[in-house]
Design a protein around this ligand. Structure first.
Ligand code: F6R
Length: 241
């Protein structure tokens, strides 16, 4: 697992945006696995700027998001569908038919998960998977557990995660407690993985990721088991502040 340590969030975001843009320039029909959350916001803003100055073209890109709350209406401003539209897709020329996000309003989540995995398999996996990491080490919404699923599934969010996500919701009772997420199989199907970590709050988890051992109780540590993973951390997340 390679690690790039940047001076601050802005630098981390710029480096990440260039890596994503270079992937798309190299292969215009790239399948890009997008994450939501606070960490990639700066990178998405930079990516939109790189589009608006003509550096990168999204017309061939196929997006494949990691997860979505369940149940949630797509037009709910807190859905990951809205997140992607508001923070990236509305600024670039991605084709709506090329956008893949689990359907948080489906009636049959089991079927939705199987279909979502099937779609990813038919695409041959993602070319580049962008990941954030939860404070508890989750990737996607694969929360620490002794056994982690390979397949996409409907999962209960850990208490830590519900607490962390509550910052996006007005009332505690509105915070979703379940989500549809790609499993480890879908995430690991990617040819390349870019992990973004920022802020002192992530320093402990970054330390565990680079501790020299792996555990399903720290899902992000499992990324050590494959090649092609680059972690971009700012100094604070790298424990240097
Ligand atoms: C979001 C996702 C999550 C987040 C993680 C970190 O699609 O899959 O794993 O990446 O919870 O979130 P932030 O970036 O808000 O700290």
């Amino acid at each position: 697992m390679d690690k790039i340590v940047c001076a601050n969030y802005e630098e981390m975001s710029a480096v990440a945006a260039y890596i994503i843009a270079e992937q798309i320039k190299r292969k215009p029909e790239s399948v890009v696995g997008f994450a939501t959350g606070s960490t990639p916001l700066g990178a998405y803003k930079r990516l939109a700027e790189l589009y608006s100055c003509g550096y990168v073209d999204f017309s061939g890109v196929i997006s494949f998001n990691l997860d979505e709350y369940y149940p949630i209406k797509r037009d709910n401003s807190r859905s990951y569908f809205s997140f992607m539209r508001e923070n990236l897709f509305k600024y670039v020329n991605i084709r709506p038919e090329n956008v893949n996000i689990p359907n948080g309003e489906c009636a049959d989540p089991e079927k939705e998960c199987a279909d979502y995995d099937g779609r990813l398999k038919r695409l041959g996996g993602t070319d580049l998977q962008i990941l954030g990491v939860g404070n508890n080490g989750h990737i996607g919404f694969n929360e620490p557990r002794e056994e982690l699923p390979l397949a996409a599934g409907l999962v209960d969010l850990a208490e830590d995660t519900v607490k962390a996500n509550s910052r996006f919701f007005e009332k505690p009772e509105d915070v979703p407690r379940r989500a549809i997420t790609l499993g480890l199989g879908g995430i690991f199907s990617s040819k390349r993985v870019l992990v973004l970590v920022s802020g002192a709050g992530k320093a402990e988890i970054v330390k565990k990721m680079f501790s020299g051992s792996v555990s399903a109780l720290v899902p992000a540590s499992l990324l050590n088991l494959r090649g092609g993973v680059t972690v971009i951390a700012d100094k604070a997340a790298d424990g240097r502040l």
